[in-house]
Design a protein around this ligand. Structure first.
Ligand SMILES: Cc1cc2nc3c(=O)[nH]c(=O)nc-3n(C[C@H](O)[C@H](O)[C@H](O)COP(=O)(O)O)c2cc1C
Length: 455
C-alpha cells in the first residue's frame, strides 16, 4: 500500500483539553519580524495569518510572542508589556484572522533570557538568566569580541524575578485566551529562558531551581501551574522542548527523556513539540549545524529517533518539528507511532497551502512534497566564524518571504538571493535618504558661499 492510500496525516485528533484538530499537519512557530512601535499585532500580521488560515493545516503555531518586552529575542517580535497596557482588540483581530477558516491557532509564548541582545530596557543593562553564564558566539577572536557587546554576561535571576516571569507567562496566556486563541505553547527549547533553566550548562543554581535535574524543572512547572490557574480547562497548553542541546555540557537525550516523564507525572500539558539545539549549536535548523561527531544517520526529520525513544515514557501527544518535507516521510512518522503530529516551518513560508498538496490523494507520493529550493548567497555567511550566523541568514531569508506576502502583498519568491535582497534594501535606503543627503550638501555649499562672500 502506498502512503497516499493510507494517510495517517489526514486523520483527526483530539487533545486532552478537548481541542479538535482536523489533521496532523502543524505549521510550526516562526518569528515573523513584523513588530514595531508598540509591538502589537498589526495589518501585516493579519494579512500573513489570513494566508496560513486558508492553507488546510490541522493547527497553526504562531511565532514567539514575548512575555516581557524588556527581554525579547528580537526588537521586531510581538511583545506584551503588561495586562493593563495590552490592546486586546488587536489580539482578537489576530485570533480571528488566523482562525477564520476553522484552523485552531496556538500562540507560542517566550522569554528570551540570556539570548536577548536588546529590548525595551536601559542601554547596556544585561539580560537575565538562571546563572551568569553568557551564550557563546564561538571561539574566534571576532566572535568573542562581538559576544561582549551583543550577548554580555546575564544577571543571575533572584527568586523575586523568577516569580515575576512566571506571572508574566500566566498573564500572557490569559490575554491569549481572552482574545480567542485555542491555546498557548511555552517555548522551552532553543536556549531561551525556560530552556536555559532546563539545561545543566546554563543552570548552575544551587537553590530549589537548579540543584538537581528535577529541580531544573521547577521553573517550567510553576509556569504551567500559573497558566492553568487562569485559563479555561478547554484551552490548550503545550510546550516545545529540546531533545538535546547538541552542545558539550548541555542537555543530553537521557536527561531530556526524564524531563518528558516528569512533565507527564506533573500534568497540565496537552502536547509536547520536540526540537533541539540552541543558538550556540542551532540543530533545529538542520543536521549540518550539529557538530559532526554528534550527527546521527541522515534522515528526513531531525528528531524522530528521539521521539520514538521517548514515546513510551509519556502519554502526552507529541509533535516532531524539523526537516519534514515529504508526505511519505510524514505518513511514515505518524504511522510508526513515534509522533502524533508533524511540524513544518520553513517550507510554509513559500507554500502557504502546503497541506493541500500533501493531502491530495490524486498526487503520487513523489509529487506530494514541499518544493525544493536552494537559498543562493548564503555561502559567504557560512564562512563567518560566529555561531548561528549561517542559520541566522537562512532565518532572515524566510522572514523576507513572509514580508513579501505581509508587507508587499505579493507572492513568495524562492529565487530571491541573499546578496540581491541586501543590495535592493541598500538602494532603497539610499533612495529614501537622497533628499537628506542633498540637503546636507546644500547647507555645506551655502555656508561656504556665505563665508567667502560676506565674511
Ligand atoms: C524565520 C524563522 C523563524 C523561527 N522562529 C521560531 C520561533 O519563534 N519559535 C520557535 O520555536 N522556533 C522558531 N523557528 C524554528 C522552527 O519552528 C523550526 O523548529 C525549524 O525551522 C525546523 O523546522 P523546519 O525544518 O520545518 O523548518 C524559526 C525558524 C525560522 C526559519
Amino acid at each position: 500500500m502506498t502512503s497516499q492510500d493510507a494517510m495517517p496525516i489526514a486523520e483527526p485528533f483530539e487533545l486532552p483539553c478537548g481541542l479538535k484538530i482536523s489533521n496532523r499537519i502543524v505549521k510550526a512557530a516562526m518569528e515573523e519580524s513584523l513588530g514595531s512601535g508598540d509591538n502589537q499585532p498589526n495589518e501585516y500580521i493579519y494579512r500573513l495569518y489570513d494566508r496560513w488560515a486558508k492553507g488546510s493545516y490541522g493547527l497553526l503555531l504562531t511565532g514567539n510572542v514575548q512575555v516581557d518586552e524588556r527581554y525579547p529575542g528580537l526588537m521586531t517580535d510581538l511583545m506584551i508589556s503588561s495586562k493593563e497596557k495590552t490592546d486586546i482588540e488587536k489580539w482578537k483581530r489576530y485570533a480571528d484572522a488566523s482562525q477564520s477558516h476553522g484552523t485552531p491557532t496556538i500562540v507560542q509564548i517566550n522569554h528570551a533570557g540570556r539570548q536577548s541582545p536588546m529590548g525595551k530596557r536601559p542601554f547596556r543593562q544585561p539580560p537575565i538568566a538562571p546563572s551568569p553564564i553568557p551564550m557563546s558566539m564561538g571561539d574566534s577572536f571576532i566572535a568573542r569580541a562581538l559576544q561582549r557587546i551583543v550577548m554580555p554576561e546575564p544577571k543571575e535571576m533572584t527568586v523575586a524575578q523568577i516569580e515575576d516571569v512566571v506571572q508574566r507567562f500566566a498573564d500572557t496566556a490569559e490575554i491569549m485566551a481572552k482574545a480567542g486563541f485555542a491555546g498557548v505553547e511555552i517555548h522551552g527549547s532553543h536556549g531561551y529562558l525556560v530552556s536555559s533553566f532546563l539545561s545543566p550548562k546554563s543552570n548552575k543554581r544551587t537553590d530549589d531551581y537548579g540543584s538537581t535535574p528535577k529541580a531544573r524543572m521547577k521553573f517550567l512547572f510553576e509556569i504551567i501551574d500559573a497558566i492553568r490557574a487562569v485559563v479555561p480547562r478547554t484551552f490548550a497548553v503545550g510546550v516545545k522542548l529540546n531533545s538535546s542541546d547538541f552542545s558539550a555540557g548541555g542537555l543530553t537525550e537521557d536527561e531530556a527523556r526524564d524531563q518528558f516523564r516528569w512533565i507527564d507525572e506533573h500534568g497540565g500539558i496537552d502536547f509536547i513539540e520536540i526540537s533541539g539545539g540552541t543558538y550556540e549549536s542551532p540543530a533545529m535548523a538542520g543536521t549540518e549545524y550539529i557538530p559532526r561527531s554528534e550527527r546521527t544517520r541522515k534522515r528526513e526529520a531531525y528528531f524522530l529517533e528521539f521521539a520514538a525513544k521517548v514515546r513510551n515514557t509519556t502519554t502526552i501527544p507529541l509533535i516532531v518539528t524539523g526537516g519534514f518535507r515529504t508526505r511519505k516521510g510524514m505518513n511514515d512518522a505518524v504511522r510508526s507511532n513515534a509522533c502524533d503530529f508533524v511540524g513544518i516551518a520553513r517550507p510554509t513560508c513559500l507554500q502557504f497551502n502546503l497541506p493541500e498538496i500533501l493531502l491530495d490523494k490524486t498526487l503520487a507520493d513523489e509529487h506530494a512534497r514541499a518544493i525544493q529550493y536552494e537559498i543562493r548567497g548564503t555561502q559567504l555567511f557560512n564562512l563567518i566564524p560566529i555561531n548561528a550566523v549561517g542559520s541566522g541568514v537562512t532565518t532572515l531569508w524566510h522572514n523576507w518571504q513572509m514580508h513579501r506576502v505581509a508587507i508587499d502583498n505579493c507572492e513568495p519568491d524562492p529565487s530571491l538571493t541573499v546578496h540581491g535582497k541586501i543590495l535592493s534594501t541598500l538602494l532603497k535606503l539610499l533612495k529614501k535618504s537622497t533628499p537628506s543627503i542633498l540637503m546636507i550638501f546644500c547647507v555645506i555649499f551655502i555656508s561656504i558661499f556665505i563665508k567667502r562672500v560676506f565674511l
